[in-house]
Design a protein around this ligand. Structure first.
Ligand code: ZN
Ligand code: ZN
Length: 137
């Protein structure tokens, strides 16, 4: 069952100002991967006076709290994903459409010798692909 981002934040006791509520509602849903500008465009429909700066800083806060994921896919603007459970992504390299992919297993653990002293927080697989619409053109 889908718990809305807003309910999740509320249950964690996060202080929900009108601006934060608008950002959380704008980014909510399944298989959602929006750029900050797209989140802003949706948030304005909910709360017309919400500024781009507020949307950006709220997205950064939510990312550092681990409540949303920031996806950096090469050559594309960052996208924000409200689904924080482990999953992978299928990306069309032509138009940038992104789909969530469940692999049924997590990506392989990094061998100690390959970690360069770093602590791995999460790993995901990105499948670079061409979607049906782009293949047809
Ligand atoms: Zn495409
Ligand atoms: Zn995703």
């Amino acid at each position: 069952m889908h718990t809305s981002l807003l309910d999740r934040l509320r249950s964690r006791g996060y202080r929900l100002t009108a601006q934060r509520r608008a950002v959380a509602e704008a980014l909510d849903g399944m298989n959602v991967h929006l750029t900050a500008d797209e989140v802003h465009a949706r948030a304005v429909d909910i709360l017309p006076e919400v500024s781009r700066a507020t949307v950006y800083s709220t997205l950064h806060e939510l990312t550092s709290m681990g409540e949303i994921l920031e996806l950096g896919i090469e050559g594309r603007s960052k996208r924000y994903d409200p689904t924080t459970s482990p999953h992978n992504h299928l990306v069309c390299d032509s138009c940038g459409v992104i789909h969530d992919v469940q692999l049924g297993h997590t990506p392989p653990e990094l061998p100690v010798g390959e970690a360069h002293g770093m602590t791995v927080r999460r790993a995901e697989v990105v499948y670079h692909a061409t979607c049906e619409t782009c293949s047809a053109n």
